[in-house]
Each structure stands twice: as C-alpha cells, then as structure tokens.
Design a protein around this ligand. Sequence first.
Ligand code: KG4
Ligand code: ZN
Length: 320
Amino acid sequence: MVILGIDTSCDDTGIGIVRGGEVLANVVASQTALHAPYGGVMPEAASREHLAVIDQVLQQALDQAGLKLTDIDAVAVTYGPGLVGALLVGLSYAKGLAWARGLPFIAVHHLEGHIASSQVAPPFLCLIASGGHTSLFEVSAWGDYRELGRSRDDAAGEAFDKVARLLGLPYPGGPHLSRLAATGNPNAFAFTLPLRNQTGFDFSFSGLKTAVTLLLQQHPDADRADLAASFEHAVVKSLAQVTLRAAAATGYDTLVVAGGVAANRRLRQRFAESGLVAHFPPLALTTDNGAMVALAAQHRLMVTSDWSLDAAPYLPLARS
Ligand code: KG4
Ligand code: ZN
C-alpha cells in the first residue's frame, strides 16, 4: 500500500510518500523566506504560496520515490487544526487527486501526524512541542488519545521564536537561539519555572518571554549567548518536569517527543537521561511534513472517504 500524505496546515507545503512504514519521499517547500520580513506567518500569503508550489512539490515527491501517480494507492491530508485558507489548499488538492483516480481519501488530524512521526507502537506518552502546540497526550492505541495537559498561553516553539526575536535573531528563531545557546552559560540567569505549584500537567511559556523582556530592559548589555542558554535551559527544564511527573502518575515508561522543538539538542539530551525510554522522530520528520500524515493514515485505512469534509481550523484531538 503506497500512501501519499499532504500537509499545508501552516507555512510549509509538505508532501510525503510512505509504503509499509518506509518513508519513500518527504519533500517540504518552506515559506520561511516569504514570511521572515514580517516576523511571523502571514495567513493569506501562506495560502497563495501553497497553491503556487503544490504541483511541483507533488512531482518532486514522486521523483524522489521513483514512482508515478498511478502507483499511489491512497491519499491522506491534514484537515485541521491550522490556518483555514492554508488547510483548504491541501484538503481540496487531496480530494481532487483521490476523486479523479478513484482512491481512498483519508483525513488526518495534524497532531496525529506528529504522534505517528516517530513510528513507535502505542501505548506511550507523547509530548508534542511545536510552533503552534505544546500538549501532552496519553496514546493508549491508535485513535485513542487523552490530553493530560497543554500550554495555557504560548507554545514552546512560539516562545523560542519570540525570545529569539528579542535577541535580534532571524525568524523562525528556535534553531538560531539553540545554536547561540550552545556557546552560553545555562546557569547565568535563573528564571522562575512556570506553574511550579500545579497538580496538573499544563505548560506556560509567556512568563519566561516576559522575564527575558524585563531582563533586557534592565540590563541592555546582558550577554546574548548566556541569555539564550538560560532561557533554553528553563524551557527544557519545564517541559521535562511536567512530562516526567505525568509519566510517574500514569505509569508510562515510553515517551515520544514530537514537533519542531523535538529537534532541540538540549531537550533530546534531557529526555535521553530521564530514565524513560525516549523516542524522537528523525530530524526531517520533526517539523511539519507530509510523510507524518501518510504514516498516521496507515492506521486508519478502514475509514470510508468523507468527500464533504471541511477544513477545521480549531480541532481538538481529544477531550482534555
Ligand atoms: O512542528 P513545527 O514545524 O510547526 C508547527 O506545527 O507549529 O515546529 C516549528 C517550531 C518553530 O517554532 C521553531 O522555532 C521550533 O519549532 N524549532 C526549534 C528548533 N528547531 C525548530 N525550537 C528549539 N530548538 C530547535 N532546535
Ligand atoms: Zn506541526
């Protein structure tokens, strides 16, 4: 079974091809340069760019896999959550492709794609930390998810991007901040950890961003590398503390860390030393991509195609 997966939920046009768990192609056309001057994603421009490049991205994915369109057995696509205009491009494209070729059409939740990206079999605990989401899920089986906690404000990646901007780094700032942090002292500045007294498993990152803003106002000459390292240290410590507490409370010893922030070196190191069996998707599958959508679709091939399905910009994965 060869599955084509499409993700246009935000600012990357991703198309991947998967056969029996093997990723045959994973092509992502990034819109970073388009949005960089604005310091964030411009929704209308994102939709137009998806439309402009999606044909090419499909052809590149087929070339990479050494396949033709006639070799595809099913078409999967992210239908939410995300930017509605951006989602609609991928969704309509996938429906058209599947309908024209008489193939099954499988709608996938974006977060289910991230959960499937590491190809670990459930049960496990899954921390998704990306630019748009920071959530902790109990994954008992494919399709059976319980959200244990989520960010009450900014997502972890969003906090990385905002603090990177304060430090004068280019957009998206996560990887840049992380590189700068590698040269700094993580103990130079002690930030108060968010939600220290909670009994639940939520996250919060906007307070850390405010702390960095205030620090820069009071000490404009503060060492940027030390600040980056201390901020990164605080985010990683907070993600790890909540996740390890949730693992202890639920009894899971297998952890999957997914989403763009799972590319972070310090975060990987922290979880590798945590005592849990920690899995990370390959780097190419951490940020948004189409292959993860195809991987998630493998687990729902029995679902009948719903051609009337609409894009769902707000779409919880499970009850909280
Ligand atoms: O999963 P993703 O592509 O987007 C969403 O679905 O939102 O994740 C992108 C996010 C950005 O905020 C980016 O700054 C962050 O992941 N990111 C990182 C690193 N690489 C990407 N954050 C920290 N350290 C990294 N190495
Ligand atoms: Zn994502």
